[in-house]
Design a protein around this ligand. Sequence first.
Ligand code: ZN
Length: 246
Amino acid sequence: MSFRADSPTVKNVVPSPNHDARTSRIDILLLHYTGMQTAAEALARLTDKEAKVSSHYFVNEDGRIDQLVPEARRAWHAGEASWKGAVDINARSIGIEVVNPGHQYGYRDFPDVQIDAVIALCRDILARRHIRRERVLAHSDVAPTRKDDPGEKFPWARLAAAGIGLWVEPSPIVGGRTLSANDKGTDVEQLQKQLARFGYGIEVSRFYEDKTRSVVTAFQRHFRPERVDGLADPSTIATLRRLLTR
Ligand SMILES: [Zn+2]
Protein backbone atom coordinates (compact mmCIF):
# COMPACT_ATOMS: atom_id res chain seq x y z
CA MET A 1 0.00 0.00 0.00
CA SER A 2 1.37 3.40 -0.91
CA PHE A 3 1.99 6.09 1.70
CA ARG A 4 3.25 9.63 1.96
CA ALA A 5 7.06 9.95 2.16
CA ASP A 6 8.40 11.03 5.55
CA SER A 7 11.28 13.01 4.07
CA PRO A 8 11.30 15.71 1.38
CA THR A 9 14.52 14.12 0.08
CA VAL A 10 12.55 11.09 -1.17
CA LYS A 11 12.05 10.81 -4.92
CA ASN A 12 9.79 7.73 -5.03
CA VAL A 13 7.74 5.69 -2.61
CA VAL A 14 8.22 1.98 -3.39
CA PRO A 15 6.14 0.23 -0.73
CA SER A 16 7.46 -2.96 0.85
CA PRO A 17 5.02 -5.26 2.64
CA ASN A 18 7.74 -6.21 5.14
CA HIS A 19 7.08 -4.26 8.33
CA ASP A 20 5.08 -4.40 11.53
CA ALA A 21 4.35 -2.32 14.63
CA ARG A 22 7.18 -0.63 16.50
CA THR A 23 7.60 -1.59 20.14
CA SER A 24 10.18 1.07 21.06
CA ARG A 25 10.94 4.73 20.56
CA ILE A 26 13.28 5.48 17.62
CA ASP A 27 16.81 6.17 18.87
CA ILE A 28 19.17 4.56 16.32
CA LEU A 29 19.92 5.37 12.68
CA LEU A 30 21.38 2.26 11.00
CA LEU A 31 23.37 2.33 7.76
CA HIS A 32 23.72 -0.63 5.38
CA TYR A 33 24.94 -1.45 1.92
CA THR A 34 22.73 -3.60 -0.28
CA GLY A 35 25.41 -6.21 -1.03
CA MET A 36 23.80 -7.49 -4.23
CA GLN A 37 24.96 -7.40 -7.84
CA THR A 38 22.47 -4.76 -8.96
CA ALA A 39 20.28 -2.12 -7.36
CA ALA A 40 17.23 -3.60 -9.10
CA GLU A 41 17.88 -6.99 -7.58
CA ALA A 42 18.28 -5.45 -4.12
CA LEU A 43 15.10 -3.39 -4.42
CA ALA A 44 13.16 -6.44 -5.62
CA ARG A 45 14.32 -8.42 -2.59
CA LEU A 46 13.54 -5.63 -0.10
CA THR A 47 9.98 -5.44 -1.43
CA ASP A 48 9.37 -9.20 -1.80
CA LYS A 49 6.92 -10.53 0.77
CA GLU A 50 8.66 -13.91 0.76
CA ALA A 51 12.08 -12.44 1.57
CA LYS A 52 10.80 -10.87 4.82
CA VAL A 53 13.42 -8.10 4.69
CA SER A 54 13.10 -4.36 4.12
CA SER A 55 14.49 -0.98 5.10
CA HIS A 56 12.95 2.45 5.42
CA TYR A 57 15.12 4.06 2.77
CA PHE A 58 17.07 2.99 -0.31
CA VAL A 59 19.72 5.31 -1.74
CA ASN A 60 20.69 4.71 -5.38
CA GLU A 61 24.18 5.33 -6.75
CA ASP A 62 22.89 8.35 -8.69
CA GLY A 63 21.54 9.85 -5.47
CA ARG A 64 17.85 9.09 -5.99
CA ILE A 65 16.18 8.10 -2.72
CA ASP A 66 13.29 5.66 -2.46
CA GLN A 67 11.24 5.10 0.68
CA LEU A 68 10.01 1.54 1.23
CA VAL A 69 8.53 1.60 4.73
CA PRO A 70 7.01 4.49 6.74
CA GLU A 71 9.27 5.55 9.62
CA ALA A 72 6.43 4.93 12.08
CA ARG A 73 6.58 1.20 11.27
CA ARG A 74 9.26 -1.35 12.17
CA ALA A 75 11.21 -2.33 9.03
CA TRP A 76 13.15 -5.60 8.98
CA HIS A 77 16.79 -4.78 8.27
CA ALA A 78 18.96 -5.48 11.32
CA GLY A 79 18.28 -9.16 12.04
CA GLU A 80 19.86 -10.60 15.17
CA ALA A 81 21.71 -7.64 16.62
CA SER A 82 22.55 -5.72 19.76
CA TRP A 83 23.78 -2.34 20.91
CA LYS A 84 24.27 -1.13 24.49
CA GLY A 85 22.44 -4.21 25.69
CA ALA A 86 19.33 -3.68 23.55
CA VAL A 87 18.52 -6.51 21.14
CA ASP A 88 15.45 -5.52 19.12
CA ILE A 89 17.33 -3.05 16.97
CA ASN A 90 14.62 -2.96 14.28
CA ALA A 91 12.09 -1.75 16.84
CA ARG A 92 14.18 1.31 17.71
CA SER A 93 15.92 2.19 14.45
CA ILE A 94 15.48 3.73 11.05
CA GLY A 95 17.29 1.70 8.39
CA ILE A 96 18.95 3.09 5.28
CA GLU A 97 20.18 0.79 2.52
CA VAL A 98 22.90 2.37 0.38
CA VAL A 99 23.35 0.69 -2.99
CA ASN A 100 26.77 -0.97 -3.32
CA PRO A 101 27.59 -4.53 -4.45
CA GLY A 102 29.57 -4.99 -1.24
CA HIS A 103 32.50 -7.19 -0.34
CA GLN A 104 31.01 -10.23 -2.06
CA TYR A 105 30.34 -8.73 -5.51
CA GLY A 106 33.03 -6.08 -6.06
CA TYR A 107 33.05 -3.55 -3.24
CA ARG A 108 33.54 -0.10 -4.69
CA ASP A 109 33.75 3.52 -3.61
CA PHE A 110 30.43 5.17 -2.90
CA PRO A 111 29.89 7.91 -5.54
CA ASP A 112 29.92 11.49 -4.17
CA VAL A 113 26.42 12.16 -5.46
CA GLN A 114 25.17 9.11 -3.56
CA ILE A 115 26.87 10.22 -0.33
CA ASP A 116 25.46 13.74 -0.78
CA ALA A 117 22.01 12.14 -0.85
CA VAL A 118 22.75 9.99 2.22
CA ILE A 119 23.88 13.12 4.07
CA ALA A 120 20.76 15.08 3.08
CA LEU A 121 18.52 12.19 4.16
CA CYS A 122 20.32 11.65 7.48
CA ARG A 123 20.25 15.35 8.28
CA ASP A 124 16.54 15.45 7.63
CA ILE A 125 15.90 12.38 9.82
CA LEU A 126 18.13 13.63 12.64
CA ALA A 127 16.41 17.02 12.57
CA ARG A 128 12.98 15.41 12.97
CA ARG A 129 13.90 12.57 15.36
CA HIS A 130 15.96 13.05 18.46
CA ILE A 131 18.68 10.54 17.72
CA ARG A 132 21.98 11.08 19.49
CA ARG A 133 25.09 11.49 17.44
CA GLU A 134 26.73 8.32 18.79
CA ARG A 135 23.71 6.27 17.79
CA VAL A 136 24.25 6.62 14.04
CA LEU A 137 25.65 3.12 13.45
CA ALA A 138 26.78 0.59 10.88
CA HIS A 139 24.99 -2.72 10.50
CA SER A 140 28.38 -4.30 11.30
CA ASP A 141 28.43 -2.45 14.64
CA VAL A 142 25.22 -4.11 15.83
CA ALA A 143 25.87 -7.52 14.20
CA PRO A 144 29.69 -7.85 14.10
CA THR A 145 29.86 -11.63 13.69
CA ARG A 146 27.42 -11.68 10.76
CA LYS A 147 27.73 -8.40 8.88
CA ASP A 148 30.39 -6.26 7.15
CA ASP A 149 28.22 -3.41 5.90
CA PRO A 150 28.37 -0.62 4.93
CA GLY A 151 32.10 -1.35 5.22
CA GLU A 152 35.39 0.50 5.40
CA LYS A 153 34.82 2.46 2.17
CA PHE A 154 31.80 4.18 3.66
CA PRO A 155 32.90 7.79 4.32
CA TRP A 156 31.99 8.21 7.99
CA ALA A 157 34.38 11.17 8.27
CA ARG A 158 32.43 13.02 5.57
CA LEU A 159 29.16 12.32 7.36
CA ALA A 160 30.63 13.50 10.66
CA ALA A 161 31.79 16.73 9.01
CA ALA A 162 28.13 17.25 8.13
CA GLY A 163 27.11 16.68 11.75
CA ILE A 164 26.12 13.02 11.36
CA GLY A 165 27.57 10.36 13.65
CA LEU A 166 30.52 10.23 15.97
CA TRP A 167 34.06 10.49 14.65
CA VAL A 168 37.55 11.23 15.89
CA GLU A 169 40.55 11.33 13.58
CA PRO A 170 41.99 7.79 13.89
CA SER A 171 45.24 7.58 15.84
CA PRO A 172 48.18 6.97 13.49
CA ILE A 173 49.19 3.38 12.78
CA VAL A 174 52.46 2.70 14.57
CA GLY A 175 54.22 -0.39 15.87
CA GLY A 176 53.82 -1.62 19.41
CA ARG A 177 52.02 -4.15 21.56
CA THR A 178 49.15 -5.67 19.61
CA LEU A 179 46.49 -8.01 20.97
CA SER A 180 45.50 -10.85 18.69
CA ALA A 181 43.90 -14.31 18.49
CA ASN A 182 44.31 -16.46 21.61
CA ASP A 183 45.86 -13.73 23.75
CA LYS A 184 44.46 -13.68 27.26
CA GLY A 185 44.65 -11.65 30.43
CA THR A 186 44.12 -8.19 31.78
CA ASP A 187 44.84 -6.26 28.59
CA VAL A 188 42.25 -8.32 26.71
CA GLU A 189 39.78 -7.84 29.53
CA GLN A 190 40.36 -4.07 29.43
CA LEU A 191 39.80 -3.98 25.66
CA GLN A 192 36.61 -6.05 25.91
CA LYS A 193 35.27 -3.80 28.68
CA GLN A 194 35.93 -0.70 26.61
CA LEU A 195 34.27 -2.16 23.51
CA ALA A 196 31.25 -3.16 25.63
CA ARG A 197 31.10 0.29 27.21
CA PHE A 198 31.12 1.83 23.74
CA GLY A 199 28.09 -0.30 22.84
CA TYR A 200 29.27 -3.50 21.15
CA GLY A 201 27.69 -6.80 22.15
CA ILE A 202 30.81 -8.49 23.52
CA GLU A 203 31.44 -10.77 26.45
CA VAL A 204 34.25 -9.92 28.85
CA SER A 205 36.02 -13.30 28.75
CA ARG A 206 39.63 -12.07 29.08
CA PHE A 207 40.31 -14.25 26.03
CA TYR A 208 40.80 -12.92 22.46
CA GLU A 209 38.46 -15.38 20.78
CA ASP A 210 36.75 -15.17 17.36
CA LYS A 211 33.99 -12.96 18.71
CA THR A 212 36.47 -10.38 19.97
CA ARG A 213 38.24 -10.42 16.63
CA SER A 214 34.90 -9.80 14.88
CA VAL A 215 34.08 -6.87 17.14
CA VAL A 216 37.53 -5.33 16.66
CA THR A 217 37.09 -5.77 12.90
CA ALA A 218 33.70 -4.02 13.02
CA PHE A 219 35.20 -1.21 15.09
CA GLN A 220 37.98 -0.76 12.54
CA ARG A 221 35.60 -0.75 9.55
CA HIS A 222 33.80 2.18 11.13
CA PHE A 223 36.44 4.09 13.09
CA ARG A 224 39.90 3.11 11.81
CA PRO A 225 39.21 2.10 8.19
CA GLU A 226 42.78 2.42 6.95
CA ARG A 227 43.57 -1.09 8.18
CA VAL A 228 40.89 -3.68 8.91
CA ASP A 229 42.56 -6.79 10.30
CA GLY A 230 40.87 -7.61 13.61
CA LEU A 231 44.09 -7.00 15.55
CA ALA A 232 43.96 -4.61 18.48
CA ASP A 233 47.03 -2.54 17.66
CA PRO A 234 47.95 0.67 19.52
CA SER A 235 46.14 2.84 16.94
CA THR A 236 42.90 0.86 17.29
CA ILE A 237 43.06 0.94 21.09
CA ALA A 238 43.93 4.65 21.21
CA THR A 239 41.12 5.53 18.78
CA LEU A 240 38.62 3.60 20.89
CA ARG A 241 39.83 5.35 24.08
CA ARG A 242 39.49 8.75 22.46
CA LEU A 243 35.96 7.97 21.32
CA LEU A 244 35.09 6.93 24.88
CA THR A 245 36.58 10.03 26.47
CA ARG A 246 35.73 12.62 23.81
ZN1 ZN B 1 22.93 -4.60 6.38
